[in-house]
Design a protein around this ligand. Structure first.
Ligand code: 6PG
Length: 226
């Protein structure tokens, strides 16, 4: 795993947006981009929304989603769509939801869709955040999804709150070509230090074939020895 320390949160968002724009530009279509929720990734999406990017041919999917209605303000897909993709030619693939649908069924269906999308390719780039407990996507410490070894997408429950989520699993995330984890603020410093020592779910991102870049600001890096 590689650590890149930026001056401040805006510099993290700008560097991540540059990387996304350059990667898409170099791919000339047929690009797979996975996105997470959270305020830190959102800053990158807002930065991207101001750029002139050719989104045609880009398949966008969610690294995790809350089990809420698609138009809920708590929905990662709703946020990403509103901030960025409602005005682009990207193919934005979201998990299905209905009041009578089972979260596990939706996760399984979405996982099959993602496997079909990546039948002959790897996810090119996945943007993730990290919580102060070291979770990433919706892979929370002590949660069942951490032990998934086959399925690419499962439902998961946050142990502390009982909230249901859908999340990409390590089998899928480890299959990506590149993962960029966006972390800012001193509140994340302990979790970042633990993650770089592979002691958190986010730290396990480095266990697979994916190249993992940590784009962090100086506050988050305050406990990382130079
Ligand atoms: C979610 C995310 C989650 C998020 C981190 C960081 O649905 O909330 O996918 O993994 O990326 O919790 O969120 P912040 O950047 O807001 O701290």
């Amino acid at each position: 795993m590689e650590l890149v320390i930026h001056d401040n949160p805006a510099a993290v968002a700008d560097a991540a947006a540059n990387l996304v724009a350059e990667s898409i530009g170099a791919a000339h279509g047929n690009f797979s981009l996975g996105l997470a929720g959270g305020s830190t990734p959102r800053a990158t999406y807002e930065n991207l929304s101001a750029r002139d990017i050719e989104w045609g041919g880009v398949d966008v999917w969610l690294a995790d989603e809350r089990w809420v209605a698609p138009d809920s303000a708590h929905s990662n897909g709703h946020t990403v769509d509103t901030v960025l993709f409602s005005r682009t030619a990207a193919d934005f693939h979201r998990p299905a939801w209905s009041p009578t649908m089972d979260a596990e069924e939706s996760a399984a269906n979405y996982g099959r869709l993602l496997r079909t999308l990546h039948r002959e390719s790897r996810p090119d780039l996945v943007l993730l955040g990290m919580g102060s407990d070291g979770h990433t996507a919706s892979l929370f410490p002590g949660s069942r999804a951490l032990n998934e070894t086959q399925h690419w997408y499962v439902s998961n429950t946050i142990p502390e709150t009982g909230e249901d989520r859908l999340t990409a699993t390590f089998p899928m995330l480890h299959h990506a070509a590149l993962i960029v984890v966006l972390v800012v603020g001193t509140a994340k410093a302990e979790a970042l230090h633990a993650s770089l020592n592979r002691q958190t779910p986010a730290g396990r991102l480095g266990e697979g074939d994916a190249r993992v870049l940590w784009f962090v600001d100086r506050g988050a890096a305050s406990l990382v020895s130079s």
